[in-house]
Design a protein around this ligand. Sequence first.
Ligand code: GLY
Length: 335
Amino acid sequence: MFNRRKFIKISAAGASLAALSSSKIAKAVAYKPAAGVPIVISTWDFGIPANKEAWKVLEKGGRALDAVEAGVKIPEADMNNHTVGRAGYPDRDGHVTLDACIMDEFGNCGSVAAMENIAHPISVARAVMEKTPHVMLVGDGATQFAVEQGFKKEKLLTPESEKAWKEWLKTAKYSPVMNIENKQHQPGSKYNHDTIGMLAIDAKGNISGACTTSGMAFKLHGRVGDSPIIGAGLYVDNEVGGATSTGVGEEVIRNVGSFLVVELMRQGLSPEDACKEAVKRIIKKKPDTAKNIQVGFLAINKKGEYGAYAIQQGFSFAVCNADKQDLLIPGKSFY
Ligand code: GLY
């Protein structure tokens, strides 16, 4: 039977909906940034100046992708940073080979690995993403592409890096070691291989990430770590969040670490708990190896909540948003 009262109710609702102008509807569904967004976070203390540069893009309403590229170029250019970019320590044969990758809010990604003679691998990775049908270019092919794109080809082995390498050659028996990426864990170690991984959310709520390193000091020529591997050193899913890693890349690759962290966040874990679970997987798979290496994960979710976890003490990460500038937070650790 026709229910008149119900009809009146439905008609009234219809009338009030119709009364909403289309612009009001558009406003009702517009993205509202979570508290604390825009935000940029990155690994280690050198993340502080890197975040500052990224923040210049974010505070003007710029895109997270532009922010992370600009941010990680700071340590890439730093002549005192021997673990990222142009002043990175060479491999055991004296070649400076750089790894980097970048990922945007649409799932686009680009990467270069074992690339020589180009100071800003992150920008080449972005060019791979935007100007080629490929995701990854390596070695001479990456350098050739960079030169074709107008990047300057230059010698990257600095006198200081060369000196350190020659010192290493005296005692190392030409055998690469798995360095511990942790200044506090191995005081005074000059061969740490700290990576910068950076994640940003812009004012539109879009997430991007970048990761760049010179890799393990005095590695075998051709060795590639986790940093340029999408899913290992970096992963972004704009619906969920992003993750990045630092430390012994071999263990991160074995566990597809950053992808794992993002998938764990998708299942409802907080960024810190997701990073902790990924660290636990590495330890569980190789408990003896894990005692002597460092791996750290850093993650952010769509709401702008962030967290980190490492195997060893000493890992730190930097945070920058409208409220927090120059903030360095000690990462929690398993040991
Ligand atoms: N996480 C940097 C590397 O292993 O090369």
